[in-house]
Design a protein around this ligand. Structure first.
Ligand SMILES: [Zn+2]
Length: 75
């Protein structure tokens, strides 16, 4: 039932995946430099914050925005 809305938000977010990826990679770099596994950064697209987390031995970055833009990235 929620599928059309889900599709729509996916389409909206699809316009900027590269930019999100680049910003997320900068976030990861900073986290690695500081030796931390969780960080928060102001979202450039909405009023929310990005929550980044490094997971596993390979330190994959999982990032999601808690605001309206619903940006997310999993490396
Ligand atoms: Zn956001």
């Amino acid at each position: 039932m929620n599928r059309p809305e889900f599709m729509e938000s996916t389409m909206t977010n699809w316009k900027r995946p590269l930019e999100v990826l680049q910003k997320a990679m900068i976030m990861k770099k900073n986290m690695l430099a500081k030796g931390i596994v969780a960080a928060r950064a102001k979202c450039p697209y909405c009023e929310g914050f990005w929550h980044g987390r490094l997971c596993g031995h390979k330190k994959h970055l999982h990032m999601s925005c808690d605001g309206d833009c619903k940006s997310m990235m999993m490396e």
